[in-house]
Write a protein that binds this ligand. Structure first.
Ligand SMILES: [Zn+2]
Ligand SMILES: [Zn+2]
Length: 395
């Protein structure tokens, strides 16, 4: 529910308190309903929320004492809640103080959006400065300087090894979700585009202008952002990156990934850690908020008056059917409204799925998403790639 505040819309900050129902922990009156986990009073909700975060970290003990951890901060609800949890966890008065050293990385993606949100980025910088943690603002276009060499090697690798894709066909026809590959191949081999006078910002703009579907744009942006965060964190001396992805977001990603033929990389894309995806290139991306739902995060932020800043993204003001990701999001959120346990069902089911190629094999990895190569499929296997190739053959 939103309220008009001057010229901007802001979320209503007071969570709904229900009287006449008891807290499941301490039986106090006046409680907050949280998904399917029952009703809590304010104090018990704080304990429950913080415990979920710590339990997730405890079950996946990848962060050691005195590790440096970069939080991928965007100003949004999820990363703001995570930042607040870390600040509280590092407070000397906390019973079990967190032992790692945090820093913040904000990826500035304004190059992709026509609106000038200079003030909002200033606001985000102000929030980061107020935490007292070291913070870094990284422009998305910096990925251009990092990518070109690895992409070049990767593309040569793909061609030399006669991967199933027919490159000639790719140049002549648009294959959904892979048209960014065509552009990059074109960019590497054409003399005009390798002109050194072209800035990274121009290259990135050209890349996104060449992608015709919103689905591919969203997917490409997500991959570039992950790569940039992992690589930049390593450069800055961090050991891990914390992402703010919640169970709701991961449930959406799980179904989107299946739709995009990326099911084989599910454990890396939705697990607590992204495994060996960026091994040698960057640090691991960890998801300590993966057990929490979007609703729990919203309630936590409202109770603690956590400041958040909304920045537009590729999906802003786009229709539900404009991309696979938007449609899946609408589907999941629609189900969650009526059946709150849906997201956890999708999310927990995916935890039990393991692809054959969930870690890098001797065949190498994709140089765009850094996932294990899964293009070697036998004739008996029914895969998304075989389906695509079959469609190409009969057209
Ligand atoms: Zn209580
Ligand atoms: Zn890939």
């Amino acid at each position: 529910m939103c309220q008009v505040n001057g010229e901007t819309f802001s979320p209503k900050l007071e969570p709904q308190i229900i009287h006449g129902k008891a807290c499941v922990k301490c039986e106090k009156d006046s409680v907050i309903v949280v998904g399917t986990n029952g009703t809590f009073c304010k104090d018990c909700f704080e304990v429950y929320f913080s415990h979920k975060f710590r339990a997730s970290m405890g079950r996946n003990p990848l962060v050691r004492h005195h590790d440096k951890v970069a939080l991928a901060y965007s100003g949004g609800n999820n990363s703001s809640a995570l930042l607040n949890l870390i600040k509280k966890g590092l407070d000397p008065a906390t019973v079990k103080k967190l032992k790692f050293t945090p820093g913040l990385i904000f990826v500035d993606e304004r190059i992709l959006y026509p609106s000038d949100d200079y003030e909002k980025v200033k606001e985000i910088e102000e929030i980061m400065r107020n935490t007292g943690f070291p913070y870094h603002i990284v422009k998305l276009e910096e990925v251009g300087a990092m990518c070109i060499y690895t992409l070049y090697i990767g593309i040569v690798y793909l061609i030399v090894n006669h991967i199933c894709f027919n490159v000639n066909v790719m140049f002549k026809k648009e294959i959904p979700f892979l048209n960014h590959v065509i552009f990059i191949i074109d960019q590497v081999f054409s003399t005009e585009d390798t002109d050194e006078k072209m800035t990274n910002a121009e290259k990135l703009e050209k890349l996104f202008n060449s992608i015709t579907t919103l689905t591919s744009k969203q997917e490409t942006l997500y991959r570039l952002r992950c790569y940039l965060l992992s690589r930049k964190a390593k450069e800055l001396g961090y050991d891990h990156v914390f992402m703010g992805e919640t169970s709701t977001r991961l449930a959406i990603n799980i179904l989107s990934n299946f739709s995009l033929g990326r099911g084989v990389h599910l454990p890396q894309d939705t697990g607590f850690s992204d495994g060996l995806r960026f091994e040698g290139v960057g640090v691991k991306l960890l998801r300590p908020m993966r057990e929490m739902s979007m609703k729990e995060i919203a309630v936590y932020n409202a109770l603690n008056k956590v400041p958040t800043v909304f920045l537009p993204n590729l999906a802003t003001s786009q229709s539900v059917t404009s991309s696979v990701q938007n449609l899946t999001e609408n589907f999941i959120l629609g189900l969650v409204a009526g059946f709150p346990s849906t997201e956890m069902t999708v999310f927990r089911t995916s935890n039990k799925l393991h692809g054959k190629n969930d870690e890098k094999k001797s065949r190498g990895c994709c140089r765009l998403c850094f996932g294990a190569i899964d293009t070697e499929c036998g004739t008996a296997q029914a895969t998304a790639l075989r389906h695509t190739l079959f469609s190409e053959a009969i057209n």
